[in-house]
Ligand binder design. Structure first.
Ligand SMILES: Cc1cc2nc3c(=O)[nH]c(=O)nc-3n(C[C@H](O)[C@H](O)[C@H](O)COP(=O)(O)OP(=O)(O)OC[C@H]3O[C@@H](n4cnc5c(N)ncnc54)[C@H](O)[C@@H]3O)c2cc1C
Length: 405
């Protein structure tokens, strides 16, 4: 049986970041993925933050440099605005600097960096089961079964991680799953420096629909829907077709476009799972729910948490640092922003009851505050209210405990 310091399941941004870091620190590293080719199919809007926004959004993180460098290396387009469009057609243009990247190349480069550092990368290899008593993993590689052993196992196997579930950990509930669908479309009539987000419960109940410009006339057009808001009979394709063809606000831009490809996927939008380590296993990226829940963006947090997981694996193997340090570190660096993103998503949910309410909410909040919300910054008034609620909750808990003892 082959033995590794670190075995990683999943060669998305999270797993490949762990692999690059761990192998760079001299650990014997194995990265596997069930896909035949890394990065294919692309299940991503490819929308990434400009470095100035990365620094503003994750001010406590010490692990943003390769994220920033790779984003710049694979940028295909640059946007200066995000436009929120309400169901009645009111537009809110928010100054927000971002890149649209080539995600396939981004993912491939991350895995290549791990390879260059000496990591083994096995594709077409599926993790079938893990034994945390014996520290081994059973795999099916190119059709035949194989066992490998590890000192640390990384579950970076994406949304609703099978590894985390097999260990009895709580993963994303159906309620907190956003179902998404997207087209890459050519010959569309768009503004190439504006990413548009449409808030309308008829086209994207419980989520939003997007037009992300990949260039002058090519765009990623998609939407996210949440099960609890979705009409029973409607499927995602119907929602997307309706957004492209029936919506008077978008049909002029999109209805004559050519669909080059269509793909779907799920995004965890319920926040991080309650426990991201178990014995000698770390859960990273979408598998751990490390996603900005208010917009469904998960690449930045996957890369950041992946690097942290790689470093902590190294410290664990070399100096016996407990693996719980992984959870402590990512919470220090990203915990606040991920928490605020869930609050924002929940507030958004309240207005999803009907389109008039969505319109009212957007106009009441207004452009200035939306500018802060998109960056996951809560308005001061809201922070005060939330602090009062949280302090009251704590005090009530304290009083309850006093009477118990
Ligand atoms: C339609 C859509 C649009 C999105 N748009 C954006 C966006 O614009 N910007 C953004 O930041 N985020 C976006 N996201 C979210 C982003 O794609 C994810 O957060 C990110 O990919 C998470 O990275 P990851 O490495 O954790 O998981 P993944 O990228 O999902 O990688 C997991 C990998 O694990 C492999 N795997 C799973 N099980 C096994 C197994 N048993 N054995 C071996 N391999 C296995 C899979 O093949 C996969 O390659 C979008 C998501 C979707 C679905």
């Amino acid at each position: 049986m082959k033995a590794y310091d670190v075995a990683i399941v999943g060669a998305g941004p999270a797993g490949s970041s762990v692999a690059t870091k761990a192998s760079g620190l001299g650990l014997k590293t194995l990265l596997i993925d069930k896909r035949k080719e890394i990065g294919i199919p692309i299940q991503c809007g490819e929308y990434m933050l400009h470095e100035s926004e990365v620094k503003r959004m994750f001010p406590n993180s010490k692990h943003t440099s390769s994220l920033i460098e790779l984003t710049k290396a694979f940028k295909q387009n640059e946007c200066n605005f995000v436009r929120f469009v309400s169901s009645s057609g009111h537009e809110y243009d928010l100054r927000f600097h971002s890149y649209v990247i080539d995600r396939e190349k981004f993912d491939k480069e991350l895995a290549n960096r791990a390879r260059k550092n000496g990591a083994e990368v096995w594709l077409n290899t599926m993790a079938l089961g893990v034994n945390t008593e014996k520290n081994n993993l059973i795999l099916r590689k190119n059709g035949s079964y194989e066992f490998i052993s590890f000192k640390v196992l990384i579950a970076a196997d994406g949304f609703n991680s099978n590894i985390a579930k097999s260990l009895g950990l709580k993963t994303t509930s159906i309620e907190n799953e956003a179902l998404t669908i997207q087209n890459i479309m050519d010959e569309v009539n768009i503004e190439s420096n504006i990413c548009e987000m449409y808030w309308n419960k008829d086209y994207s109940p419980g989520g939003y629909a997007w037009i992300i410009p990949k260039g002058e006339s090519v765009a990623n057009v998609g939407l996210g829907v949440r099960r609890k808001f979705k009409k029973e009979k409607n499927n995602l394709k119907n929602y997307l077709n309706s957004f492209i063809i029936d919506n008077p606000l978008t049909s002029k831009k999109l209805s004559k476009g050519k669909v080059l490809s269509t793909v779907g996927g799920a995004v965890p939008v319920g926040g991080p799972i309650p426990r991201t380590f178990f014995k000698n296993v770390l859960i990273v990226g979408d598998a751990a729910g490390q996603v900005a829940a208010h917009v469904g963006g998960g690449v930045p947090s996957s890369v950041i948490c992946g690097e942290i997981a790689g470093e902590i694996s190294h410290l664990h193997i070399r100096d016996k640092v407990p693996l719980s340090q992984y959870e402590k570190t990512w919470k220090e660096e990203l915990g606040d922003v991920l928490k605020r993103s869930i609050i924002l998503r929940k507030i958004g949910d309240l207005s999803m009851i009907n389109n008039k309410l969505i319109d009212l909410a957007l106009s009441t909040i207004g452009e200035e505050k939306l500018n802060r919300l998109i960056r996951c910054e809560l308005p001061k008034e809201l922070e005060v209210v939330l602090n009062i609620i949280s302090n009251t909750k704590q005090k009530l808990g304290y009083i309850k405990n006093l009477f118990k003892s």
